[in-house]
Design a protein. Structure first.
Length: 457
């Protein structure tokens, strides 16, 4: 067994691990940073759905670059850590014995499949959506040769995959246990618009019913249908279980590290566990909402990257006071040619949590004048506290720029900005690029909230 010494050992080379490694090297250039990861080729996780259709077409077009880490002098080993002696600060793989000073878990997440459907994973034609190139290639090769696909799950991954399948000419059925798709990040009036676009692409949607079993009527271990809780059977040749992810914390649990909500590793504001020589970043962490501080299941590369920066800069000293306050839950997706984006909490979530809130919406055009070629409608919804006006959530429907506009709302939430400050916010506008300065939708949605508060006093 080869012995290796390093100052910082990072287990996992995904978005969190990669950003943590580069941040650590920038802040502590004299330290030896070592990343150990299982796969030589890393996929861009959020782009996996686009492998299955014409957008990318193959996994070779969805490779994450590791060139920056190499150029910075960060070392990498391919392998899997099987055990760790935390007291002696030694990690063991099949081929290496690695001594470290600081340890970072960046082991990510793995597909979650409900216990009732676990047995179906042994059927040909049933797939999850792992971040593993070999398994994704296997799924694509199978699905390329069938006509009928069932997607179980109505979140971003499920809907994006369904759209790719449909645009490739397949007969697609999406099945979920909620009335509308994208229930978590969007309020019903927004989710319905995404759903209408999906239906126009010929996709069948079955909501308010759940898959009770995946079946092989011929008893040959080849899927040919799913049975719903209602008793209905939907025939199919392939099933995608896009039913979410869970923290990949088997190694952490094995070595006695405390796990928190939803099985993630408990960390403090600086991504440290109780032993401050050990850190955890990314989807393997237990997360909390930045708004309510309640446990959060949100798993996003953007959140993971932020955690990687905080952890990487805090390895040997606390350099920045702020720390990590929680996940904003900030999302974007494309359904057809429309972007749907969300940040913070929805109106539905706020009301269910007894929040005393006010909502403001505004619809404009994303170019000015409206006769500019390519102009599209742009809808913005803001959720704010009635007393104080702090913005706690927002949703956008519009053109591609919605993917960047939602980041503005994310900053407003994180910085505890109120609607009154937004009303006087100065924005750069240009006819070919943005809505008009006279009715910039984020500013106008805040103005609508202020007007409601004023009228209710």
């Amino acid at each position: 067994m080869k012995k290796v010494n390093c100052d910082v050992l990072i287990i996992g080379g995904g978005p969190a691990g990669g950003v943590c490694a580069m941040t650590a090297k920038m802040n502590y250039p004299e330290k030896e940073i070592l990343v150990i990861r299982e796969f030589e080729v890393q996929l861009v996780p959020c782009a996996i759905p686009y492998i299955f259709g014409e957008t990318l077409g193959c996994s070779d077009k969805n490779i994450a670059s590791c060139g920056g880490a190499v150029d910075m002098g960060i070392s990498t080993i391919l392998g899997k850590i099987e055990d760790i002696d935390l007291e002696k600060k030694i990690a063991y793989s099949n081929e290496h014995e690695i001594s470290f000073d600081k340890l970072v878990f960046a082991t990510g997440s793995i597909p979650f499949v409900h216990a009732s459907l676990q047995d179906s994973l042994g059927f040909d034609g049933v797939f999850t959506v792992p971040k593993n190139k070999m398994l994704i290639d296997k799924a694509k090769a199978y699905i390329d040769n069938v006509d009928d696909v069932v997607v179980v799950g109505t979140g971003f991954i499920g809907i994006e995959m369904a759209m790719e399948f449909a645009e490739s000419g397949k007969n697609v059925t999406v099945i979920g246990g909620s009335e509308h798709i994208l229930k978590g990040p969007f309020d019903p009036e927004v989710a319905i618009q995404a759903e209408e676009i999906m239906l126009k692409h010929g996709i069948t949607f079955i909501g308010n019913d759940r898959v009770a079993a995946v079946i092989d009527k011929n008893g040959n271990n080849i899927v040919d249908g799913v049975q719903l809780k209602s008793g209905k059977v939907v025939d199919t040749q392939a099933v995608i279980l896009a039913t979410g992810y869970k923290p990949n914390t088997a190694l952490a649990q094995k070595v006695g590290i405390l796990l928190g909500c939803y099985g993630g590793i408990e960390v403090d504001e600086y991504m440290r566990i109780e032993n401050t020589d050990i850190f955890a970043v990314g989807d393997c962490c237990a997360r909390r909402s930045i708004v309510s501080n309640t446990p959060s299941k949100v798993m996003l590369a953007s959140t993971s990257a932020a955690e990687g920066r905080i952890g990487g800069s805090s390895l040997f000293k606390i350099k920045y006071l702020k720390g990590f306050n929680g996940t904003i839950a900030i999302f974007s997706t494309m359904v057809g040619d429309m972007a749907f984006s969300s940040a913070g909490i929805t109106e539905t979530e706020a009301v269910e949590g007894d929040g005393d809130i006010v909502v403001g919406t505004f619809t404009a055009t994303n170019r000015h004048p409206v006769t500019i070629p390519g102009a599209q409608k742009q809808f913005v919804k803001l959720v704010a506290m009635r007393h104080g006006g702090q913005i706690i959530g927002g949703q956008i429907i519009g053109g591609n720029e919605a993917g960047e506009m939602i980041n503005i709302i994310g900053v407003l939430i994180e910085a505890n900005i109120s609607i009154y400050q937004v009303m006087s916010m100065q924005v750069a506008t240009q006819p070919m690029l943005t809505a008009a300065p006279t009715n910039y939708p984020i500013v106008m949605a805040a103005t609508m909230i202020a007007q409601k508060i004023e009228n209710q006093q």
